[in-house]
Design a protein around this ligand. Structure first.
Ligand code: ATP
Length: 411
């Protein structure tokens, strides 16, 4: 068990690097390889003790880099001194072998998303009951359990419903409040980018997620477009999808807590729940429909995207209730877009000199302060004329019918 603090370990990493340099200069490449290996070990130990996600990610990349250098010195007698830059590699050029799991780790680290830190429950309009339910069940999953009592909160849930209704926002808010490490996975991207390796990648994802829980902070794996894993596009595509899906299911199943709390939680999201099969669904304790916001929720979402962003509103002419009444069947995303368009038009009206100032040069534009004015109902009128909601009545019926069908098959 490591008893050193992160600072001592960071110093040890630096010591080993300097030792490696000295040894390389003296032509003792095998000794230098050992120093790099030790530097990587100290870096890995420190990862578990670092509380800052950015620092952990940077240290993990360094550990990987030192391991590569060590391996390169051992096998070729030369150190590969280039920095590890996985994001610069074109996906189709990545060829993996068993020894390349370090590269997979780097890809996984790129999935860690810090957006949740800025998402509060208050930045999500409506969904009041659901928010309370989520707080309660994730609270249960984190709280101390009395001796001999066997109760569990939610470990794996699946959000389903039309696009743009707040599924990602909810996952972010949970992660923020639990101070969790948030792995943001878009299933379709992983499947297409990691053809043939996606199963292994998923195992690496869950392994790293578990590693990040060592300090008691949970890890949340958010898998958006979950349905992309269950679709088949030709035999090969189907096989890879199946491999990835099987890996996720076995990870979700396999890490049952034995006396210890499982701090890795999976949140799936899909717009096409009917593409998920029974085996997948049975792994998720709850399937939760996130449907269109009702009138009260829309009023709330208008407020969040106007006054919530510091924009002034003329309350004599603009009422959120009225805007909500006129925006029936819009999703949260569409309401947000509408607010953005209205705001953009107001800004263009108030600041016609901006293009000229840009022509005058950086200094002119940087010394200019943007003018704003309170928004009025009339600003919204032109946009309400041609509103065409993205979600059809038929779509809504499909979600409801699917929900009923699944409930019946579970009962
Ligand atoms: P998709 O299924 O397409 O991934 P989603 O349901 O995950 O969509 P989000 O990404 O959570 O949707 O929301 C998209 C954007 O729409 C948010 O960034 C936000 O601006 C706005 N939005 C959606 N729902 C709400 C809400 N309830 N309150 C405030 N803003 C919302």
């Amino acid at each position: 068990m490591n008893k050193q603090g992160p600072d001592a370990l960071k110093k040890a990493v630096e010591r080993m690097l300097s030792e490696a340099n000295t040894r390389m200069q003296a032509g003792k490449n095998l000794d230098a390889a050992r120093s790099y290996k030790k530097a990587a070990q100290f870096a890995e130990q420190s990862i578990e003790l670092l509380s800052d996600a950015d620092e952990r990610r940077a240290m993990t990349l360094r550990a990987t880099e030192y391991k590569q250098r060590s391996r390169s010195l051992e096998t070729t007698g030369r150190a590969d001194l280039g920095r590890v830059k996985p994001s610069e590699m074109p996906a189709d050029e990545i060829v993996y072998s068993d020894e390349d799991s370090d590269l997979q780790e780097q890809q996984i680290l790129l999935l860690i998303d810090d957006t949740p830190r800025t998402i509060e429950w208050e930045s999500i309009g409506g969904l009041l009951e659901l928010k309370e339910e989520l707080k309660f069940h994730y609270g249960l999953a984190m709280a101390k359990v009395p001796e001999g009592v066997d109760v569990e909160g939610w470990q794996n849930i699946m959000f389903y419903g039309p696009p743009g209704t707040g599924k990602t926002l909810l996952a972010c808010a949970i992660a923020n409040k639990l101070n969790a490490t948030f792995f943001n996975v878009k299933a379709s991207q992983i499947v297409s980018k990691w053809v043939g390796e996606s199963g292994k990648l998923i195992s690496t994802l869950y392994r790293l997620a578990r590693k990040f829980t060592k300090d008691g902070r949970p890890s949340i794996i958010f898998i958006d477009e979950f349905d992309a894993l269950c679709k088949s596009r030709g035999f090969e595509g189907q096989l890879y999808h199946q491999q990835m899906l099987a890996a996720i299911l076995s990870e979700i199943d396999g890490f049952a807590n034995k006396g210890q709390r499982n701090l890795v939680m999976t949140i799936g999201a899909t717009n096409r729940p009917w593409d998920l099969d029974a085996a997948v669904l049975s792994r998720f304790e709850r399937r939760i429909l996130i449907t269109l916001p009702d009138e009260a929720a829309r009023a709330d979402i208008f407020r969040i995207h106007l006054e919530g962003r510091g924009l002034a509103v003329d309350h004599r002419s603009l009422s959120y209730e009225k805007l909500a009444k006129m925006s029936d069947r819009l999703t949260g995303r569409e309401v947000a877009r509408l607010c953005k368009e209205v705001t953009a038009r107001m800004l263009a009206e108030m600041n016609p000199e901006i293009p000229k100032l840009v022509d005058d040069g950086l200094r002119s534009i940087q010394s200019y302060e943007i003018k704003v004015r309170p928004l009025r109902h009339i600003d919204f009128d032109p946009f309400f004329c041609d509103l065409a909601p993205d979600t059809s009545i038929k779509d809504l019926q499909n979600y409801d019918q699917w929900g009923v069908k699944v409930k019946e098959s579970v009962l």
